[in-house]
Write a protein that binds this ligand. Structure first.
Ligand code: GLY
Length: 369
């Protein structure tokens, strides 16, 4: 595991640079050659992963400096608790919940609870789902009757955790109904996942499936598959073991379709370019599922091979004639359809690689997050 210790050290050196660059906003994506970050002023849907990365830095080093920085991110995100976007699950579980769950940070707890209350207030009780929301990244040209698989991870554990903290079991019920709806909306009969769905706002009935970021409505965008593995795995851990079958089905589809080099293409029907961020999300998910379903021993082995490929081939090295800053996870594809950051460092890719590395090194439990 020395290779993985070294990878964590490189990623922490990268985090030091990121921290100095991100005082006026939140890291979103970076040029993988120069290391220069594009920031988002309010955290967009991605800013929470920066706080989560810092919290993991605190967990692995024990240094209070990282914990203070993570607490600061959680505080800065609190203003987003009332943003009309289902992606508050990403913002507040990763940007605040992770700091609380790994370090018991009091300001992070308050921020995470504010995010959970805001998400619960957006629940459509008739339809049984938290809609994508008018402020969500993909929400231009969609109304209140839109849903995305990316709104399950983060959201489900945040609500279930808040239910226990606040003694409000109705929050777990919202998480359960929200996750169940997304099985119906997004999981195809063969176990592949479609990103988006339109639903009837009055009944919640599925109207049609489509994609915002994949190749086409019938293809399988790699991050849709990876977010489903994570979201239903978290639902199995935080809400009910009833979600485990779905989580294993979508994970098996991923493993059956992953190329031999262990790195997913941005869309499984497009082949190239690759998306290392999807691969990092899937690795973190497989590590959780290997604990939740102990008979799936190969999940941990496959996750290890994926992490090894990311570290060996995509994480920039220290020196040795390489002019790039060390510790950048290269090869992330943000949005191929819109030609946005298609071969870049992506802040959530960094987060899930770090989470996977810390699980494999025994620093954190896979199912803690
Ligand atoms: N909206 C989440 C993603 O692009 O993966």
């Amino acid at each position: 595991m020395r290779r993985f210790d070294d990878a964590v050290a490189r990623m922490l050196s990268r985090a030091e640079i990121t921290e100095r660059a991100a005082t006026q906003g939140f890291p979103h994506f970076a040029d993988q050659n120069t290391g220069e970050w594009t920031l988002s002023p309010d955290g967009n849907w991605t800013g929470g992963f920066w706080g989560g990365l810092l919290a993991l830095g605190a967990a692995t080093t024990g240094e209070s400096r990282y914990a203070e920085l993570a607490g600061d991110i959680a505080r800065r995100l609190t203003v987003r608790a009332s943003s009309e976007t289902a992606f508050r699950g990403f913002l507040f579980f990763y940007g605040a919940g992770v700091a609380y769950l790994t370090g018991k940070s009091a300001p992070a707890r308050e921020s995470a609870l504010a995010g959970a209350r805001g998400l619960a207030a957006s629940f459509n009780h008739d339809a049984g789902v938290i809609p994508l929301g008018v402020e969500a990244e993909e929400a231009d040209a969609v109304g209140q009757g839109a849903a995305n698989i990316d709104a399950v991870p983060g959201t489900v554990p945040l609500l279930a955790w808040a239910a226990a903290e606040l003694h409000q079991p109705e929050l777990t019920e919202i998480a359960r109904r929200h996750a169940e709806r997304h099985i119906e909306y997004c999981v195809r009969t063969d176990g592949s996942v479609c990103q988006s769905a339109a639903f009837d706002e009055g009944s919640g009935a599925l109207v049609r499936r489509y994609t915002h970021k994949g190749l086409d409505d019938d293809s399988t965008w790699a991050r849709a598959q990876a977010w489903a593995m994570l979201g239903f795995g978290q639902a199995a851990r935080w809400v009910s073991p009833d979600f485990l079958d779905t989580a294993l089905t979508v994970a098996d589809w991923w493993l059956e379709h992953l190329p031999e080099d262990h790195i997913a293409p941005w869309d499984f029907d497009a082949k190239a370019p690759q998306d290392t961020s999807a691969t990092a999300i899937a690795a973190a998910s497989l590590l959780k599922l290997s604990v939740l379903a102990p008979d799936r021993t190969h999940y941990r082995e496959r996750a290890l091979a994926m992490v090894d490929a990311l570290v060996t081939r995509f994480l920039t090295p220290v020196g040795e004639g390489d002019t790039r800053p060390a510790g950048i996870l290269t090869g992330g594809c943000f949005d191929y359809r819109r030609d946005l950051a298609t071969d870049n460092e992506l802040v959530w890719g960094d987060y899930f690689l770090m989470e996977s590395l810390l699980v494999l090194r025994g620093v954190i439990e896979a199912t803690a997050l």
